[in-house]
Design a binder for this molecule. Sequence first.
Ligand code: P6P
Length: 344
Amino acid sequence: APPMTNTSQSISLTRYLIEEQREGRINADLRLLIEVVARACKTISIAVGKGALGGVLGDAGTGNIQGEAQKKLDVLSNEILLEANAWGGHLAGLASEEMDTSQPIPDVYPRGNYLLLFDPLDGSSNIDVNISVGTIFSVLHAPDGVVQAKDEDFLQPGTAQVAAGYCTYGPSTMLVLTVGNGTHAFTLDREIGSFVLTTRGMRIPEETKEFAVNMSNQRFWEAPMQRYVGDLLAGKEGPRGKDFNMRWVASMVADVHRILTRGGIFSYPLDSKCVAKGGKLRLMYEANPMSLLVEQAGGAASTGRQRMLEVQPDGLHMRVPVFMGSKSEVEAAVRYHQEHDRLE
Ligand code: P6P
């Protein structure tokens, strides 16, 4: 790739996507779909950035299928993404964390053969305390001949994703994207209003000394997770032979972005509070898109017992345990689970 010497050399998201299309990795429809999602993320970024001045903080007074109270910005972000993608002409259906079932494309609009899934504003409990939140999205092909998708058309494993990405609304607004040819980061240039390529080919270091987990759940974890984290905390004198640091933003996009940038392992394991539901985080529009981004950056992603991208979904809102990040650390965490299961 040409060196980015100055802004006249900078590569916009549009130019990056045109280059991918020219090399035959994506078609015009998928390019358009990604551009529409990116534009919606810019609108969400502006709304999120207004904070208390935008009159959109606080609860919406409604709940979603997860039984979670919705923030006004959850609902607003969901509406922005629905509106932006309904008329685009490249979709056979849409699914969102905020909606019980997938949404058909209104009859007045043309159809395409892509399916878009998203978590419009993940980590929204952090909104009211001004901590980074993000939008996560995943793109699948609709099954052949399907022009009005039903829920079951979305139930494809993560390996079937043709694109995945997130937008993190932090000190800067960044779009991180893969179309299956590496993971790349774009930073929003607010003056010209476009995403500029700032890291081509993100790589997660194979080793790490940093783990991300909500430690307050420790007494609820299953045995292999107790042992794994206990050994991390034992540090240099323990079986891992090195000291570890911990970070937990409680905003998956912020935690995973840090890990894509400097390494680490993110985990939201099974615990006795969420085991009945299969885990806390959702497969289709959280774990799968993040897992594709992480694998494309040389990392690994697992449920603790299975490669995340090979999980066969049984529902739009299916939950899974999550381990993702530095390859050798994820493999270590998986080994604790495998040893436990072998002895059981
Ligand atoms: P906890 C946010 O609600 C979220 O879905 C993820 O973004 C985040 O990683 C996790 O839940 C935080 O969960 O139990 O620590 O609040």
